[in-house]
Design a protein around this ligand. Structure first.
Ligand SMILES: [Zn+2]
Length: 102
């Protein structure tokens, strides 16, 4: 079976869309049950996930042809290529604590 990068990207995109749709259900439930602050929090998480999904999909095709190492902040999930920073710019986690994906 041969799968193209475009096919794999499309399937991944569908999966992310389904995850977002399922999570949207929690916003509705929180609103219906009177947890307006929690509903707002869920909407913020979904908005963040949507941005990340777009970045992932944009990067997926470009990264299919490259072979960099990735470094993931264990606290916020920020992804760096090639090397970890001295400190995470979001939460100042030391770069030595980043998870290396190679
Ligand atoms: Zn971080």
């Amino acid at each position: 079976m041969s799968v193209s990068v475009e096919n794999l990207s499309a399937e991944f995109s569908d999966e992310l869309h389904q995850i977002n749709r399922r999570n949207t259900r929690f916003v509705k439930i929180a609103e219906e049950e009177g947890f307006s602050q929690l509903a707002k929090f869920f909407r913020a998480i979904l908005a963040s996930a949507t941005v990340r999904s777009k970045l992932i999909l944009t990067g997926m095709i470009a990264h299919a042809e490259e072979d960099p190492n990735y470094f993931i902040c264990p606290h916020c999930g920020l992804v760096f290529m090639l090397g970890a920073p001295d400190k995470c710019p979001v939460d100042e986690t030391l770069g030595t604590l980043f998870e290396r994906i190679s």
